[in-house]
Design a protein around this ligand. Structure first.
Ligand SMILES: Nc1ncnc2c1ncn2[C@@H]1O[C@H](COP(=O)(O)OP(=O)(O)O)[C@@H](O)[C@H]1O
Ligand SMILES: [Mg+2]
Length: 504
């Protein structure tokens, strides 16, 4: 192999390496032109791309040209050598640009055109013209020949064509990703944290303040109060929004697997262990959400403490430590001080997690938020299920007086069910699930202020009103369910003035 061939091979190898190194279009193409110049004496290498919308051919990158010269390098299809190559799809070689009238020298980058040859080859993929690549060359006897140069340039052009195709699909993907990220940012934005009670407003204020920092946050409150929603809001409104949000539920994973799950493992670290990237590493540059952190086994607590102190993890079965840059948000529905007293949670770990504590009160302690949340979820589920339903006054009263042991999660589920099941436009008390309606407790008339006979009557009335719709207002079946005869039921319906038409 002669010296020239050898240089060609090295150059081509380097070009392919550069083109697969990143998706930075301009940087990669510039490096390619640099390689052509340094290794193969092709100077002033340019990549022109065809803009399919305007049919204009523009330089995207050029080695050895000034910014001004690049700006001037614009052609129409068919114009000049560059335009001709695009038009015909065939390579062109100009032995001496000084003698070639078609050579326009638009960039003005060659004050002295003496003895310069010009090579220009199309960049195309399956007959689709993407652009051209061009270079100047001064031939001396010892420096290869034109055919060699055209062959090398054609190979480079086809490598660039493949790169451009990949780059295009990457761009589409990147745009989609950006869109998704914007959607997430909107989804986990403050307007989606509903509540105007003073206690919830205080929570929001803290959330807004800490979102801008990297501070470790501990969320505590009953199940369903919105701890995870708040953790995501903090992440997606923070500087780390572009990084990952990785959640792990410490209670849901068996103790013997949790360590590998959190910190990763090397192959063979324990029986059946595969190499696994732990959640902390996955969350690098982002946020890790340690849900139910109060359930973290005592045996793993020192390891978590170490991550918090040193910001490094040590995968199971590995002697190496890995640096991680993560923000830590944890949540618990347990009273951790009680766990500390019992000896099931380490105090030093608690103080590391508890840098910014945020307590989210249960729904029953902020009843002002219930109507707002109902309105919010009614609107949202109506739009999801394409329905138009509302809730009447009485029903709303019952919903407000209900204790909501499952908090906002239970409320959201209840509203979803009501919207799905509703046949009419207005939701009435008898549409409510039994748990919510909880006949006696919920009715203000039954608070013990009435005389017993009246209270008994009220219970009777409510039971009948509730049961009728369940049997589609069929008297026989309703009576049977209530343990009454039809006559007894009819008597009571009349007595209490109960309407036996399905009310809408
Ligand atoms: N303030 C709120 N505004 C709107 N939706 C909420 C609010 N709080 C909780 N939710 C919703 O209630 C459900 C339960 O919340 P989640 O964050 O999973 O609670 P936790 O983690 O405390 O158990 C989720 O669907 C969440 O979107
Ligand atoms: Mg939760």
């Amino acid at each position: 192999m002669n010296k020239r061939n050898n240089r060609e091979l090295t150059a081509l190898f380097e070009v392919s390496k550069v083109l697969t190194s990143s998706f930075d279009l301009e940087k990669n193409l510039y490096s390619v032109m640099e390689i052509l110049s340094k290794k193969l004496d092709m100077t002033r290498g340019c990549v022109f791309l065809l803009d399919k919308k305007t049919d204009e051919i523009k330089i995207v990158t050029a080695y050895g040209l000034t910014e001004e010269e690049i700006q001037r390098g614009k052609y129409k299809i068919g114009e000049g050598i560059v335009g001709k190559v695009i038009e015909t799809g065939l390579p062109m070689f100009i032995p001496d640009i000084e003698k070639e009238p078609q050579f326009l020298n638009k960039t003005g980058s060659r004050p002295d055109k003496k003895g310069i040859s010009f090579l220009c080859v199309p960049i195309k993929i399956e007959e689709e013209m993407l652009g051209v690549i061009s270079a100047d060359r001064i031939y001396t006897l010892s420096q290869g020949d034109v055919d060699d140069d055209l062959r090398v340039l054609s190979i480079v052009a086809s490598l660039i064509a493949q790169f451009l195709k990949l780059w295009e699909s990457y761009k589409v993907m990147e745009d989609e990703n950006l869109l998704l990220r914007i959607q997430l940012k909107d989804r986990y934005n403050f307007p989606n944290l509903v509540g105007q009670s003073p206690s919830f407003q205080a929570v929001l204020k803290t959330v807004m303040k800490v979102a801008g920092t990297d501070a470790t946050v501990l969320l505590f409150g009953e199940s369903g109060t919105g701890k995870e929603l708040i953790a995501k809001t903090i992440h997606f409104q923070s500087k780390r929004a572009k990084g990952p949000f990785v959640a792990i539920n410490c209670a849901a994973i068996p103790e013997n697997l949790l360590e590998a799950e959190l910190f990763g493992s090397e192959k063979g670290a324990f029986t059946g262990a595969v190499k696994r990237i732990g959640k902390f590493e996955q969350a690098n540059e982002g946020t890790i959400f340690l849900d139910e952190v109060g359930e973290l086994p005592l045996s793993l607590q020192p390891k978590l403490l170490r991550v918090l102190q040193e910001r490094t993890v040590e995968p199971l079965g590995s002697s190496k430590t890995v640096k991680v840059n993560v923000r830590i948000i944890s949540a618990t529905n347990k009273d951790l001080s009680e766990e500390i007293r019992k000896g099931s949670f380490r105090e030093d770990l608690f103080w590391r997690l508890n840098v910014i504590p945020i307590y989210i009160p249960p729904l029953r302690e902020r009843k002002e938020d219930i109507p707002l949340l109902i309105e919010y979820y009614l609107k949202s589920f109506c739009s999801i299920y394409k329905k138009n339903v509302s809730i009447d006054e009485d029903t709303l009263k019952i919903l407000i007086s209900y204790e909501w042991p499952g908090n906002v999660r239970e409320l959201a589920n209840t509203i979803e069910r009501l919207v799905v099941m509703s046949e009419g436009r207005i939701i009435k008390p008898y549409d409510l699930p039994d748990t919510v309606r909880g006949v006696i407790k919920m009715n203000p008339k039954l608070s013990g202020e009435l005389k017993l006979p009246t209270e008994v009557e009220e219970i009777e009335r409510i039971r009948i009103v509730d049961t009728l719709p369940k049997f589609n207002f069929n008297i026989r079946k309703t009576a049977q369910a209530l343990g009454l005869t039809e006559r007894q039921l009819n008597y009571r319906i009349k007595k209490y003035g109960i309407s036996i038409k399905k009310g809408i």
